[in-house]
Structure formats: structure tokens, C-alpha cells
Design a protein around this ligand. Structure first.
Ligand SMILES: Cc1cc2nc3c(=O)[nH]c(=O)nc-3n(C[C@H](O)[C@H](O)[C@H](O)COP(=O)(O)OP(=O)(O)OC[C@H]3O[C@@H](n4cnc5c(N)ncnc54)[C@H](O)[C@@H]3O)c2cc1C
Length: 440
């Protein structure tokens, strides 16, 4: 076996979790080495260039809830790069095929006022009346149900759940509300019990956090965050080894995969190991993680006054059972003024899919969702990007795990957990091997 200079901590994975961990640990005086399987850092935060425009091809925003990410961005000197989305409504391409604005006062599609005209337009009069029952039920009814789907169905009925909430949740969380834990919407149950109504809980939460304030991004895209962290790690002398796919994980060393030469000795790296790579082979039973794919189509379109008027606000979520194949569309130039300025009249749209689309499919879907004809010759550039995401897996109990696999999806959750883990690792005696128990 061949080895390299030992570091006291080995971080596996240079996604946002690994980069944040590496930075925080090096600031505690540790020597850190990051091992990254691919040839770039950032993981699910990435950028591509299309027709000279730099665009996010993975995560494009962060949740502002709790202020975690904002505070971290301030800490690393990016406060003045934070941008808010345009405060325009999102739309819904409903099951019946019509495209309507999402109810003005709603949270994840859960309406504050079930009988409002914009709710009736999507769920019908019967579904809306069933939704009103929520206001008559005692607060605790449904409050102990585990998922958003079960809670909404119990209080507001099937029509509101399937026609309104499901497309929004699927567009935002890539999962049906029946699979989304209520804990993923902090404050929802607390406010339900306080207000004795799910609708009034939503209204209260909306007063506290108006629509446009729920997410933010960075001027230059989310890759700006990766670049800033990489610059700091370089300054602090942290080595990042690219093309280093870890195949075997132990608490105090890892073995790299031997992808090129079967006869070569396996390479080993020593140090206290922290895993920040979703889907890494489970060292306990050798099984690999289940993977799901998300596909994005990015299109740059020729200038068009009808599109410049942002006919569907910042974007459209798509209900199942319509002729449109995309799950959601973001009108990027309508959402982010910085991209609009850089695009200089061109329009950018981003569509997400469960199966690989062709660019022609994406063009047709964009046309249907935006309600504007987009002839093929108006598509200046396009690209389809596929992301394969690993499900959560268990690893050896002695090895600390950071990142999406334990924190849940989303930059806010991942950054908060990586920082908390770094703090707890720092509190341990350097001579101890950190274990999952000691830091949980
Ligand atoms: C299309 C898309 C859009 C998204 N949009 C948003 C959004 O707008 N807002 C939001 O908050 N979140 C969004 N997310 C989710 C968010 O990007 C992720 O939750 C977050 O980036 C995960 O960070 P991570 O560091 O845990 O994992 P990753 O980013 O997956 O990083 C893991 C790293 O580990 C490396 N690695 C894997 N296996 C090994 C190995 N064996 N050895 C060494 N290295 C390895 C990988 O190459 C990768 O670099 C989006 C995700 C996708 C795919």
C-alpha cells in the first residue's frame, strides 16, 4: 500500500458540507485534507456556461429560514453578494391543464383561505368547501400526523392536497407530501396548535415571512460560495485531492479506489475520517446506496417582449396528469435581476424532469407553461444536466457523517449541520478518535 503525508483530519467529499467542515476544522488548528472523487469541488452546486452566460446548473438558491446561511455568508465575506428573488407570484399548471397563479396567501400550496377565488380556481368549489372544515376542527386534530400529506388531507381534504399541495411540494422537495415529514416545515404544527386552524397557521407564517423572503441567492450564482470557500482553503493550506474516490472507510484511514490500474497497490490516506459524501459505499455491509436522478434543461432564448413581461412570474409548478412532461419551470431571468442584467435582453428558463428530456421537449414544455410561442429558431443555446443523488445510508457507527445524507436536502440544513459537527469535533480531545455517538 502507498500512503501520503498524514493529516489529522480527512474529509471525504468536497461538496458544500465537506468544504464548510474543512474550513471550520482548519480554523480550529487541525491539519485537514479533503478527498474528492470528481475533478471539481462543489458537488450539487455547479455552474455551466451557455451562450457566454454563467448559470447555476445545480442548487440555485438557499432557504433564508433561521438565518443560518446568511450568517455564514456574512462570516466568509459574501454579505454584499446576497440577492433576493423578484417578489412575483409563482404559478401552477393544474391537473386540468390550465395555468393559474398559486393562491396569494399559501405555504407549500396550503391555502390560508380555502374559499378564496384563486383556490377555487384550482380545486373546484367542492374541494374548497371541504378545505373550510379545517377552521371548524379543534387545533390538535391531525397535529400528531407524521407527514405534511397526512396533515393536510385530514384537515383540508384530498382535493386541496392532490391538486394544490402535491404539485408545489413535488416541485420544491422532489417528493410527494405523503413522504415529506411535517418537521420539514418548521413552525407549521406549532402555529396550527396556536391558531386552531391550518389555514390561519399559514396566514400567520406568511406575515412573519412574506413569499419573496423565503429564499435568496448570490450575485454570480451559488458557485460563488464554492469559489469563496476554495479560496479560503487554499489560503489556509488545505490540500484537496481530486480524482480520489474513496472505496473503503475506517475511523483512522481510508483506502482509495483503484480505478485505473488493477495491478497497482491500493492507496491509503491516514487521519481522523469524516464522511461528507452522500452515497459512499457503506463500510459496514458493503452495500451501495439507492440512487435517484433529477434532470435539468437550461434554455437561453432570444429577446422577446412577451417573455420579458414575465407572464408566469418567477416560474410554474406542474401538477401530474397534464401533457407537460417537466415537473417545474423557473423563469431565471424573471426571478434573479443579476442574471437578467447579464443576459442583456435574452431570456433564461430552467426546467426540471424525472426522465432525461430532449431540448425539443424542454422547448415545447416552456412554450406550454409560459403561454408564449417559442419557435425553435428562438432557442439560442440549451443544455441538459443530469444529477444522480444517493439516498441516505448508514455507515459504521464510529465514523462521523456530515452532509445531505444526514442533514436532509438543502443548503441551509447541510451548512448548519456541517458547522455544528465541526464545533463538536473541535470540542473533542485531539487524541480521541471522533465517533458518531460523541458528536451527536
Ligand atoms: C438540481 C438540483 C437543484 C437543487 N437546488 C437546490 C436549491 O435551490 N436550494 C437548496 O438549498 N438545495 C438545492 N439542492 C440540494 C443541495 O444542492 C444539496 O442538498 C447540497 O448541495 C448537498 O451538499 P453535500 O455536500 O451534502 O453533498 P454533495 O453536493 O453531493 O457533495 C458530495 C461530494 O462528495 C463527492 N463524493 C461522492 N462519493 C465520493 C467518494 N466515494 N469519494 C470521494 N468523494 C466522493 C462527490 O463527488 C461530491 O463532490 C439541489 C440539488 C440538485 C441536484
Amino acid at each position: 500500500m502507498t500512503t501520503s503525508e498524514p493529516a489529522d483530519t480527512l474529509v471525504i467529499g468536497a461538496g458544500i458540507a465537506g468544504l464548510v467542515l474543512a474550513r471550520e476544522l482548519v480554523l480550529q488548528g487541525r491539519t485537514v485534507r479533503v478527498l474528492e472523487a470528481s475533478d471539481r469541488a462543489g458537488g450539487q452546486i455547479a455552474a455551466i456556461e451557455l451562450d457566454g452566460l454563467r448559470l447555476d446548473s445545480g442548487a440555485e438558491a438557499f432557504a433564508t429560514r433561521g438565518g443560518t446561511v446568511r450568517e455564514y455568508l456574512e462570516r466568509i465575506g459574501l454579505a454584499d453578494r446576497i440577492i433576493a428573488p423578484r417578489d412575483a407570484p409563482a404559478w401552477l399548471h393544474a391537473a386540468e391543464g390550465q395555468t393559474v397563479p398559486l393562491p396569494a396567501v399559501s405555504l407549500l400550496g396550503i391555502p390560508a383561505a380555502p374559499l378564496a377565488a384563486d383556490v377555487v380556481a384550482v380545486v373546484g368549489r367542492r374541494g374548497a368547501w371541504r378545505g373550510l372544515l379545517d377552521a371548524l376542527l379543534p387545533g390538535p386534530v391531525g397535529s400528531r400526523l407524521p407527514t405534511v400529506g397526512a396533515l393536510v388531507r385530514r384537515r383540508m381534504g384530498d382535493a386541496i392536497l392532490e391538486k394544490l399541495v402535491a404539485p408545489v411540494v413535488e416541485g420544491i422537495h422532489s417528493t410527494h407530501p405523503d413522504d415529506l415529514p411535517v418537521t420539514a416545515v418548521p413552525g407549521l404544527v406549532h402555529n396550527l396548535l396556536r391558531e386552531n386552524s391550518l389555514g390561519r397557521a399559514v396566514a400567520r407564517m406568511r406575515i412573519d415571512a412574506p413569499a419573496g423572503s423565503l429564499v435568496a441567492s448570490l450575485d454570480g450564482g451559488m458557485s460563488t460560495l464554492v469559489e469563496a470557500l476554495l479560496a479560503e482553503l487554499t489560503r489556509f493550506g488545505v490540500a484537496i485531492e481530486y480524482g480520489a474516490r474513496v472505496a473503503e472507510v475506517h475511523p483512522d484511514h481510508v483506502v482509495l479506489a483503484n480505478d485505473r490500474d488493477d495491478d497497482a497497490e491500493p492507496e491509503v490516506r491516514h487521519g481522523h475520517v469524516v464522511v461528507a459524501a452522500p452515497g459512499l459505499i457503506d463500510p459496514a455491509d458493503g452495500s451501495s446506496a439507492v440512487q435517484t436522478a433529477t434532470h435539468l434543461a437550461l434554455l437561453v432564448l432570444a429577446p422577446d417582449d412577451r417573455l420579458a413581461a414575465a407572464p408566469r412570474g418567477t416560474g410554474v409548478l406542474v401538477a401530474r396528469g397534464t401533457a407537460v412532461v417537466a415537473r417545474a419551470l423557473t423563469h431565471v431571468t424573471a426571478k434573479w435581476v443579476t442574471v437578467q442584467a447579464a443576459a442583456d435582453g435574452r431570456e433564461v428558463v430552467r426546467l426540471s424532469y424525472e426522465r432525461t428530456p430532449t431540448l425539443e421537449q424542454a422547448r415545447r414544455d416552456a412554450e406550454a407553461l409560459l403561454g408564449v410561442s417559442i419557435p425553435s429558431d428562438r432557442v439560442i443555446a440549451g443544455e441538459v444536466v443530469t444529477w444522480v443523488r444517493a439516498s441516505r445510508i448508514a455507515v459504521d457507527d464510529e465514523i462521523p457523517v456530515a452532509g445531505e445524507q444526514v442533514a436532509g436536502t438543502g443548503l441551509a440544513a447541510v451548512i448548519a449541520q456541517a458547522r455544528a459537527m465541526a464545533e463538536q469535533l473541535g470540542a473533542l480531545n485531539d487524541s480521541d478518535t471522533p465517533t458518531k455517538e460523541s458528536i451527536s
